[in-house]
Design a protein around this ligand. Structure first.
Ligand SMILES: [Zn+2]
Length: 418
């Protein structure tokens, strides 16, 4: 089943998905608004708001009562990027009373093909600043709360505590497991979305409402080298638009308490075939966070769990330190583990190209006495290469933090970014 590739799991995980797809008796969650009644009864609508939301108010499924629910609701978007952009735009326009955004990135030119919260004039600005200006313009009636930080094990529970529902627009496994886990702990729905090239998928993880959580489907993250991210594999710019909008629809339904939420169901969209498919999901009673005998009760070290670039067991080196070594003519070898087509676009002088997939067969050609500094595009693949080289007995090996992107940003702007 080709489209299951998107689920990015190991074979074991995939079997779990297929198995879950074959189970028809998924319990439909009962559905009432996730917003606390007392908060709704304390909320009113101004004349201006009655006018602004008039197309909502005339629908019997919404009415002024539903609009007050939206106004009383608090939604957190993790990431102001490809998925977060359309989700936040529509949630703001719909009148979600408090919209929180977590991000720490800056807008760059490669974002604009899909991250429609930001414009050309925003390049170089913080994404949150840029998002706030755009969202305020769309709807000045709502409160926009900015969390300018990396969503981490240290701050996630505290941030999530202020919200009714979380929209996960993250683009990496560490953040996805973290947002899943803290939502399970706090009993808040996690509206999930992911995109890959021409395909995307969305669901609502909410064990407390009867569905599975992310870990029920994917108990373990895939090996980091097996899953390319958007920067490596590409994504059709409009695809996160569709998935992010579906995430905002699901969020609004949860707030209003209407319709059938996408709980225990995963919706998959294939843009090339223009095909939506639905997969039924079930909870895993052995799940370590939402199962019958959970073993995880608080945030863990997700970088280590997912083998990400911030894994403390991977020695890192800054681009400034590399530059200093170059200037001092220190002895070291710089290894570039990207693909040949990337090497054609941009390279750091003196780097030797060995694509990540060829590291195991070429490891023995490298000098074990030498300092090895490994780089890729952003530092993810090189972290994996460092891990592989350490397994081959290399001890003096470093991951260039931020990859060639950081080299271009901080050391040599003549190296093209892509
Ligand atoms: Zn679970």
């Amino acid at each position: 089943m080709h489209w299951l590739r998107l689920l990015c799991g190991s074979d074991r995980n995939r079997r779990r998905m297929l198995l879950s797809g074959s189970r028809a008796n998924v319990r439909r969650a009962m559905h009432k608004s996730i917003v606390a009644e007392e908060r709704v009864s304390d909320t009113g609508l101004t004349r201006q708001e009655l006018q602004r939301y008039s197309r909502h108010l005339i629908m019997p499924e919404v009415t002024a009562e539903g609009q007050k629910r939206l106004k009383a609701s608090r939604v957190l978007c993790i990431g102001a990027g490809g998925l977060g952009s359309p989700a936040a735009l529509y949630l703001a326009a719909a009148g979600v009373g408090r919209l929180g955004l977590v991000d720490f990135d800056r807008v760059d030119l490669t974002n604009l093909q899909r991250q429609i919260l930001h414009g050309t004039k925003d390049i170089g600005r913080g994404k949150l600043e840029s998002a706030r200006d755009r969202l305020r313009d769309i709807n000045p009636e709502i409160v926009i709360k900015l969390h300018e930080c990396r969503f981490s094990s240290e701050n996630a529970e505290q941030i999530v505590a202020d919200y009714d529902v979380i929209v996960d627009g993250s683009d990496n496994f560490a953040t996805r497991y973290l947002s899943n886990d803290v939502c399970v702990f706090a009993q808040k729905p996690n509206v999930y979305g992911s995109v890959f090239r021409f395909e995307g998928q969305t669901t609502v993880f909410a064990p407390h409402l009867g569905g599975p959580c992310y870990r029920c489907l994917f108990p373990e993250p895939p090996p980091p080298e097996s899953v390319p991210n958007c920067a490596q594999a590409g994504v059709l710019g409009v695809l996160p638009g569709i998935i992010g909008m579906l995430q905002s629809i699901e969020t609004i339904k949860l707030i209003l308490g209407i319709g059938d939420p996408l709980i225990a169901r995963l919706l998959h969209f294939d843009a090339l075939k223009v095909q939506f498919r639905e997969l039924k999901l079930r909870r895993d009673l052995q799940c370590p966070v939402c199962g019958e005998n959970p073993t995880i009760f608080g945030p863990i070290d997700y970088d280590q769990f997912c083998g990400g670039p911030n894994d403390a067991s991977i020695p890192g080196m800054s681009v400034q330190e590399l530059k200093r070594k170059m200037d001092a003519r220190d002895a070291f070898e710089l290894i570039d583990v990207r693909e040949p087509f990337e090497f054609e676009i941009a390279r750091i002088d003196g780097a030797k190209l060995i694509p990540l997939g060829e590291i195991p067969e070429h490891a023995n050609e490298l000098d074990r006495e030498q300092t090895l500094i490994v780089h890729c595009h952003s530092g993810r693949r090189s972290a994996q290469a460092v891990r592989l080289l350490k397994q081959h007995g290399f001890t003096n090996v470093y991951n260039l933090e931020g990859g060639i992107d950081a080299w271009s940003d901080f050391i040599d702007p003549s190296v093209p970014k892509y």
